[in-house]
Ligand binder design. Structure first.
Ligand code: SIN
Length: 282
């Protein structure tokens, strides 16, 4: 029987005594899905999965999802190699700001899995913040505001209108397509979404992709977004994973935001990333 231990008071749990490198029994799949719905981030150490095995684990949570704008591995379109080479110094990293992956899509990814292959001796941790805990603890005026305002999401890093400067762009080892006017399309999502199995509500806003609230200009939206981001990225509602090669981390992309720390210049870091989908957030 697997065992599970919470990592912090609000988010994340580490599962032991469960190997995912063979057939995954239905009982184990149900266990993993229910624990993800509860803890939003699951850590399984020392798994050392092959890419095929990682894809099988991914399918436990939903159909595999391919992502636009980021080039997958040549050998497998379902997998992105999240790589920064040791000689890529003073450049941005993929996911190096608080975000929910690809929230500007009509149906943003439900969750992702990272499998650690090569990890710097120090640094390169990933941080997740629980957006359900953030929502529950909002001051009343902000709670009422997000309940009644949908948000506008735009694929800023990939489009034309908000194209990042060269300095802010990610390492060249992860190939992103930039300057695509299609990424400038605006998608409306509720600012508060509900986890379909638990009914838990969470904030669904993030600084990489949200530009403003419906019916407000960017300037009018900015003070609300500033207060909200300060609130929903607090260390109190976050967990931080110190990677070791072989680790597998599964997270719910909608109930959390995540952040890839960029503090490991002159070391190589490689993780394989798969993504799963589910119905459009409501
Ligand atoms: C990401 O998926 O945003 C990247 C996370 C990481 O590299 O730690």
């Amino acid at each position: 029987m697997p065992s599970i231990k919470r990592i912090t008071g609000f988010i994340g749990a580490e599962i032991s005594d469960l190997r995912l490198d063979g057939d995954i029994a239905e009982e184990a799949a149900v266990f993993l899905r229910s624990k993800l719905a509860k803890h939003h981030v699951l850590v399984l150490r020392d798994q050392h999965l092959s890419i095929e095995q990682q894809k099988e684990v991914t399918k436990v949570f939903g159909p595999l999802m391919r992502l636009p704008y980021v080039l997958p591995m040549e050998s497998d379109p379902d997998v992105i190699a999240v790589l920064k080479e040791a000689d890529e110094v003073n450049v941005g990293v993929f996911g190096g700001d608080w975000h929910s992956d690809f929230s500007f899509l009509e149906n943003p990814p439900a969750g992702s899995i990272l499998s650690a292959v090569e990890i710097p001796e120090v640094g390169g941790d990933t941080v997740w913040a629980n957006q359900a805990a953030a929502y529950r603890s909002l001051p009343t005026h902000l709670g009422e505001f997000v309940d009644s305002h949908r948000a506008v999401h735009v694929g800023k890093p990939y489009g034309v209108k908000y194209a990042p400067s060269q300095r802010e762009q990610s390492s060249a080892s992860i190939k992103m397509s930039r300057g695509d006017p299609n990424a400038d399309r605006e998608t409306l999502h509720p600012s508060v979404i509900t986890e379909p199995t638990t009914g838990e509500k969470a904030l669904f806003l993030n600084p990489i992709y949200v530009t403003k609230f419906e019916g407000l200009t960017e300037t009018e939206s900015a003070p609300f977004l500033d207060q909200l981001y300060k609130h929903c990225t607090r260390p109190d509602i976050s967990c931080r994973h110190r990677w070791q090669a072989g680790d597998l981390v599964i997270w719910d992309n909608r109930m959390t935001m995540h952040y890839a720390t960029n503090d490991y210049d002159r070391s190589r870091r490689l993780l394989y990333r798969t993504t799963f989908e589910r119905d459009i957030p409501r």
